[in-house]
Design a protein around this ligand. Structure first.
Ligand code: COS
Length: 385
């Protein structure tokens, strides 16, 4: 379908697609097998200016919006979700600085992020605080010109590899979610170390690691926004990034569909290509329809965000939940169409199915997305009364 993308958007799509086909597809299996962080690919992505997309122009970015980022994310995801997760998590970690950073913080960090000199990670989740993001236990205690951080963050994408971390910690436990604050913590800060590197079911090219803070001294200049704004920083950041998880769903589903379609044309059973059987045709028809519906929603939500809309929690959650549930169905059906071959590592669809599962879990489970949508629906009904 034609989404009436402008010249720049088409250029971003073509560049990302070229990197995906030429640099990612040939190594994705090996990266998955070895659980290897895709540094070489990230360098290529940086050289192609794809890390500049969402950074404002005054900080050496391209000043583009959610739609352009979604287009790039979708293309990378079509080839490998492990790589696209590394790329998208960098944006997730940067949003707190773009949305809440002061001029000095933006000048100090954004140009390096735009050029790819420094990679970023976002640190909210803890062992006892996943869906219940307000339940974090990591503390930040003000002492003179520093905040002293203590606690452990869990499952942090880009952990260990990133140079910059946006971290949510509690500055006043008595205030509940209003007692959290957000900080920029640089790798190498005394008292900041890395714990175990996780072994995962999918997205194995991406790094997922614990962050350990033991009397970690963070300069007070690294507080993002004001004290007590941490939960809002986290929620607004997730509102911005969730549509991108939707774009990941569209990308991985398209990648799996492409393989399934090609296979169905070539595979012969009972003397005919299996695509001639209605059972297979109907599966492919449903897959193609669902991918297009999800893409239309993701692009529409991204355009709505870029139009200057102030509140898009509901829409962003809708894009994430719809596109990622779709991705799980489509990748599973792609394996089904390939049958025994689909289950083998020889074909890429089993990896796509393993990879797709995380999309229903990270950046807020799809159950939490439905809570967000439900809460917004209640608010809208109350407004009408
Ligand atoms: N934008 C601005 N403010 C928001 C917000 C948003 N999107 N969502 C919540 N808030 C505000 C609320 O208005 C409330 O403010 P007040 O204290 O002034 O009333 C405060 O934040 C707490 O909100 P709420 O009471 O809704 O918080 P809950 O503890 O019930 O949690 C959910 C709400 C479940 C929606 C939230 O915790 C969530 O999104 N969890 C998933 C977390 C996640 O995505 N984890 C992945 C980690 S990053 S990969």
């Amino acid at each position: 379908m034609d989404y009436f993308l402008n010249e720049e958007q088409l250029m971003i799509r073509d560049i990302a697609r070229k990197i995906a086909e030429e640099k990612i597809v040939p190594v994705r299996e090996e990266l998955d097998e070895k659980e290897e962080f895709p540094w070489e690919i990230m360098k290529t992505i940086a050289q192609a200016d794809l890390l500049r997309i969402f950074i404002p122009e005054e900080y050496e970015g391209l000043g583009k919006g959610a739609l352009e980022l979604c287009i790039a994310v979708e293309e990378l995801s079509r080839a490998c979700l492990g790589v696209s997760t590394t790329y998208a998590a960098n944006a997730l970690g940067t949003y707190p600085i773009i949305l809440f950073g002061n001029e000095e913080q933006k000048k100090k960090y954004l140009p390096d992020i735009a050029s790819g000199k420094r990679l970023v990670a976002f640190a909210l989740t803890e062992a006892n605080a996943g869906s219940d993001a307000g339940g974090i236990e990591t503390t930040a205690k003000k002492e003179g010109d520093y905040y002293i951080l203590n606690g452990t963050k869990q499952w942090i994408t880009n952990g260990g590899e990133a140079e910059i971390y946006t971290v949510i910690a509690i500055t006043d436990r008595t205030k509940g979610p209003r007692g959290a604050s957000a900080f920029i913590v640089e790798k190498g800060t005394p008292g900041f170390s890395f714990g175990k590197k996780e072994k995962k079911m999918g997205i194995r090219a991406s790094a997922t690691r614990e962050l350990i803070f033991e009397n970690c001294r963070v300069p007070k200049e690294n507080l993002l926004g004001r004290e007590g704004m941490g939960f809002i920083v986290a929620m607004k950041t997730l509102d911005h990034s969730r549509v991108g998880v939707g774009a990941q769903g569209v990308g991985v589903a398209q990648g799996a569909f492409d393989v399934a379609l090609e296979y169905a044309r070539k595979r012969h059973q009972f003397g005919h290509p299996i695509i001639s059987f209605q059972a297979i045709q109907h599966m492919l028809a449903d897959m193609a329809t669902e991918i297009e519906a999800a893409r239309a929603l993701v692009y529409s939500v991204a355009r709505y965000m870029d139009s200057g809309a102030k509140d898009f929690s509901k829409e962003s959650a809708m894009a994430k939940v719809f596109a990622t549930d779709m991705a799980m169905r489509v990748t599973t059906n792609a394996v089904q169409i390939l049958g025994g071959y689909g289950y083998m590592r020889e074909y890429p669809v089993e990896k796509m199915m393993r990879d797709a599962k995380i999309l229903q879990i990270y950046e807020g489970t799809n159950q939490i997305q439905r809570n967000v949508i439900g809460q917004e629906l209640i608010k809208e009904t109350l407004k009408k009364k």
